[in-house]
Ligand binder design. Sequence first.
Ligand code: PLP
Length: 426
Amino acid sequence: MNEILTIGGVSAKALAEAMGTPLMVYDQAALEKRLNEFKTSFVHSEFETQVIYASKAFSCTAMLELVKKAGCGLDVVSVGELEAAKHADFPMREIVFHGNNKTPYEIRTAIEYGVGSIIIDGAMELDEVIKSAVQLRKKTPVIVRINPGIEADTHQYIITANIDSKFGVSIYERECILGMIKKIHDCEYLEFQGIHIHIGSQIFGIDPFIAGIRKIMEFISDIEKAGYPVNVLDLGGGFAATYTEKDMPLPISLVCNHILLECKNQKDSLGVSVGKIMIEPGRSMVAEAGLTLYTVGFIKQTANKKYIFVDGGMSDNIRPALYGAKYRCDAAEKMNAPKTEKVCVAGKCCESGDVLIEEAMLPKMEPGDLLAVYTTGAYGYSMASNYNRLPLPAVVFAKDGKARCVIKRQPYEDMWRLDTDTQINL
Ligand SMILES: Cc1ncc(COP(=O)(O)O)c(C=O)c1O
């Protein structure tokens, strides 16, 4: 008897039959558990704390409702993400607005909507924020993003690396940063809240976070000696998710404890006034709760490999092609069958690089079989495209044996919905 994969108590086969493939399926209870885990772990008796979900990882109304219900804030990077939050009735005061090249329109909209903070990414942006806040006569809280000169890359971190990052103002540009903070203080429509850093993504250990905290707290001490109290320290995201068996992130409660402990130690030893600590997890909040179901099409044996072609690919998951991301998979209707074949799982897009998994062990697969690729919950749907005019997949949330569609499959008509032939009056 073939064992069938279930998600949230719902059979993958039943979901695929009802919704078609490719299909993104989230275990809703896993999403709720993770949100709650972050929220309850990131607390400290002496700091106000805030967990901000980085909505770039995966955003839709149903997801934003879960985030709101869990009492977490939201990180948005564009007016598109901000409007999605507004549509979901997300409280604007709980939103931080990021981005290295916010347009004047985005800045004005963020101020008008009354977001909790605008994260200022550079000196030129600050001038634009001042201009808009003064014009709108609206007091706007801001945080300055500093590139701390620490780059965390999975298991490692490198001090003084990445000084050329496109994000934030380099910590080595002290005078520029102090000048920016002075400008903020001098503007009656801005409120200086504090400092932001983000040191990387898919960080497994604690050391990179500790290094980042030490370096930025010292810098904060310097800023405060120059006469500018810093209330907020936002440490960004970057917490790892488990994609393959090689990935072993530490429990999030442990990471949160260490982070807050180090913040407290640094606060005490340096005598800084920081009173609120924020984090912005994206990937680690949603990656493991999601998977993608594909239907196997043709199978091809070449001189050196056996290809299993699926009905999606880089259009719904660009990560393997973009940066060599690794995934695990299973034959969703043959869960107990011995894995006897080494195969290459490739998509249907017109690119040689459209390979989802270079080497996977699977039972013998036939056309029509269902394939589940795990841990696709972060930066999958949000980076999906219509390459080759493939429609975006549907997304479902499954929980307690029931499933609901939270994003419809994109209709083919969408491919030409915006096509037009209209004269432009110049
Ligand atoms: C400023 C900022 N915050 C949070 C995140 C979320 O990172 P992750 O998904 O790795 O947690 C990112 C990712 O790019 C970021 O740039």
